[in-house]
Design a protein around this ligand. Sequence first.
Ligand SMILES: Cc1cc2nc3c(=O)[nH]c(=O)nc-3n(C[C@H](O)[C@H](O)[C@H](O)COP(=O)(O)O)c2cc1C
Length: 156
Amino acid sequence: MKVLIIYDSYYGNTLKVANNYNELLKDYHPELIKVDVVTQSIIDTYEIIIIGSPTRAFNMTKKIKRTLKKFDYKNKKIFVFDTRANPVLIDQKFLVKLMNRFGYAAEKMEKVLVKKNAQKIMDYKYYYVKDSEGPLVDDYQSAIKKDVASLIQKFN
Ligand SMILES: Cc1cc2nc3c(=O)[nH]c(=O)nc-3n(C[C@H](O)[C@H](O)[C@H](O)COP(=O)(O)O)c2cc1C
């Protein structure tokens, strides 16, 4: 199974998560690339595609959105994740209401890909940051370990 990990990241939080995935999947010789360098021929080389985005204004980043729109993911096995603010740590109730109402990156990425006939192999995951620019919450690595173990089960 050839695994490609595509990520976008402003402050390095999503990159950290992507790096963890890359490390934990090393038996599968994954390739980790930034969203800027994705091409159709790169996508075509891989059977499994993992995509990670920060949540920005209740959505995926513009670059991730463009990449999902532009390329063909038909029949690719896909799994997505995002990083996002932890609503429990946010003081402004109004903002939390908006976050609940307008959602996050991962569910939207998943929806676009499924609509393009990609094959979702596991429901999306998300990882919290402590403040709007990070860092990730303390136990993020153990959450990723658990998620990667589940993901590997879905590879075959
Ligand atoms: C301009 C901006 C907008 C953001 N919008 C949201 C949002 O709508 N929902 C959310 O949960 N987190 C939001 N966040 C928090 C980011 O999702 C979080 O910091 C993310 O982990 C950043 O990942 P990165 O370091 O890979 O860019 C926002 C952060 C910034 C700076």
